[in-house]
Design a protein around this ligand. Structure first.
Ligand code: NAP
Length: 444
């Protein structure tokens, strides 16, 4: 008779509790799919007395998740505590050191310590699986790691943070400010009390670092991601984007360029016709550009207990199915020694189209002055929009009031270094009433 797979689940919060329920609910189907019974033999959480609505009878309780990780009654540790340091890291390290498989949903841990943990898993000959760490319920890790080996990937990008996409979707639809939408997101439980990690792009950066490694075979490098969040996006930018045929999304983008692999997180204008532009609310999406399949987009729930448990349980099923053959997939799709070192590409070298919103003094010659500075840096302008308030149009028909008015430019491909140099020159000319807004355009 085949040995069962004995799980130790560390963390019984939103995801952990859903995993416990799903393993029970899907027991027969999991047995049929993997040929092995999957049993939870141990759990750990901080508060033993909390009623979690779970039947934990016959399951050993550990106050210390590291002790659970070392327990002889566990073959696979499911780490659902969270955080890049502290108990989560100690638990995963202890599990790998004791020769146990690990399944985790912890993007922060993988982004910061993925390279070292992958080596430890290899040394122990065990799996370190992390499908749930990127885009929740979307099986994107599997798609990149196992579904595309015949392809050379040139770009992978996605909406990887539901909080940000919810905020931008509402700002666009209802013309509300960032601050108003953030408050609603907090009231609905989509955003944390301290939303910095989400809205300033760090959560997206962690997930992007993992995707980059899988897509390009490089060592995971979270510190190499250039990060900019959504807190400076204004309703006017969303209106202008709409008028110009775009939507604004917070994207994580990893792209192969002549200088190396760019890793960047920033508010991005995407054509309204693109698949990723259709993704609204808390939903996530990932697009892969690869030579054989072309463009592939996966869309689905990026968070929530059940959706995330779906990804965790998929990894557990993989471990169970592969156990008999003693087969273990390399953590990032290839052995650690075969991963290339990450190359960092400065944002200044990024080349692409730009949306630039200047707030200029309304007087003759300003647009021409801006255009001259752009031309000096060989930046070609694709379109230009100038808006005046209705009052100004009535009271100042010749446009000489000197009042601040928006001037919006869309550029053809230019380097960020040249764009910033041109903006510095425009500011030095005294043409700007406020600091400029700059949003990168990602074309299909
Ligand atoms: N929630 C999502 O939608 C989602 C989506 C994708 C990925 N993830 C990832 O999944 C992981 C878990 O997230 P979550 O939302 O389920 O978090 P959560 O609801 O805050 O649950 C965390 C759990 O860890 C336990 N815990 C904390 N410190 C502990 C310690 N020292 N020893 C033992 N247990 C400890 C907590 O115990 P108590 O319950 O006793 O306090 C709690 O059960 C994180 O890595 C997160 O990034 C979550």
């Amino acid at each position: 008779m085949t040995h069962s797979l004995r799980l130790g689940v560390a963390g019984l919060g939103t995801v952990g509790a859903s995993v416990v329920r799903m393993i029970a609910r899907r027991a027969d189907a999991l047995f049929a799919a993997t040929g092995r019974e999957i049993r939870i033999t141990a759990v750990s959480s901080r508060d033993r007395n909390r009623d979690r609505g779970l039947d934990l009878s016959g399951i050993q309780w550990f106050d210390d998740p590291v002790a659970l990780a070392r327990s002889g009654a566990v073959d696979c540790v499911v780490e659902l505590i969270g955080g890049s340091e502290g108990p989560a890291k100690a638990t995963v390290e202890a599990a790998l050191a004791s020769g146990k498989h690990v399944v985790t949903a912890n993007k922060a841990l993988l982004a910061h310590h993925g390279a070292a943990l992958a080596k430890a898993a290899e040394a122990a000959g065990v799996a370190l699986a992390f499908e749930a760490s990127v885009a929740g319920g979307i099986p994107v890790v599997k798609a990149l790691r196992e579904g595309l080996p015949g392809n050379a990937v040139s770009r992978v990008y996605g909406i990887l943070n539901g909080t940000c996409n919810y905020i931008l979707s509402r700002m666009e639809r209802e013309g509300l400010t960032f601050e108003a939408c953030l408050k609603d997101a907090q009231a609905l439980g989509y955003a944390e009390a301290d939303p910095t990690f989400d809205v300033e792009g760090f959560d997206t950066a962690h997930k992007l670092a993992i995707l980059t490694s899988l897509a390009f075979g490089t060592v995971v490098d979270a510190e190499g991601v250039s990060v900019e969040g959504i807190s400076r996006v204004q309703p006017l930018d969303l209106r202008m984007a709409d008028e110009l045929g775009y939507r604004i999304k917070l994207l994580g983008v990893a792209q192969a360029t002549a200088a190396g692999i760019e890793q960047r997180v920033h508010p991005t204008m995407v054509p309204k016709s693109s698949a990723i532009a259709q993704v609204m609310g808390v939903t996530n999406a990932v697009t892969v550009d690869a030579d054989a399949v072309g463009e592939l987009t996966l869309i689905g729930p990026g968070a929530g207990g059940e959706a995330t448990a779906s990804a965790v349980v998929a990894d557990i099923a993989d471990v169970a199915a592969n156990m008999a053959a003693g087969r273990v997939r390399p953590t990032f799709g290839r052995p650690s020694a075969a991963l290339r070192p990450a190359e960092r590409v400065e944002m200044q070298r990024h080349e692409g189209g730009y949306y630039i919103r200047l707030t200029v003094h309304d007087r003759p010659g300003v647009a021409a002055g801006v255009a001259t500075r752009m031309a000096e840096r060989e930046i070609s302008i694709e379109s230009i929009l100038q808006r005046r308030s209705e009052n100004a149009a009535v009271n100042d028909p010749r446009g000489r009031s000197g009042q601040p008015v928006p001037l919006v430019l869309i550029t053809y491909a230019a380097t960020e270094g040249n764009i910033r140099a041109a903006l510095d020159a425009i500011a030095a000319d005294g043409l700007l009433a406020e600091s400029p807004q700059l949003i990168r355009i990602e074309r299909e």
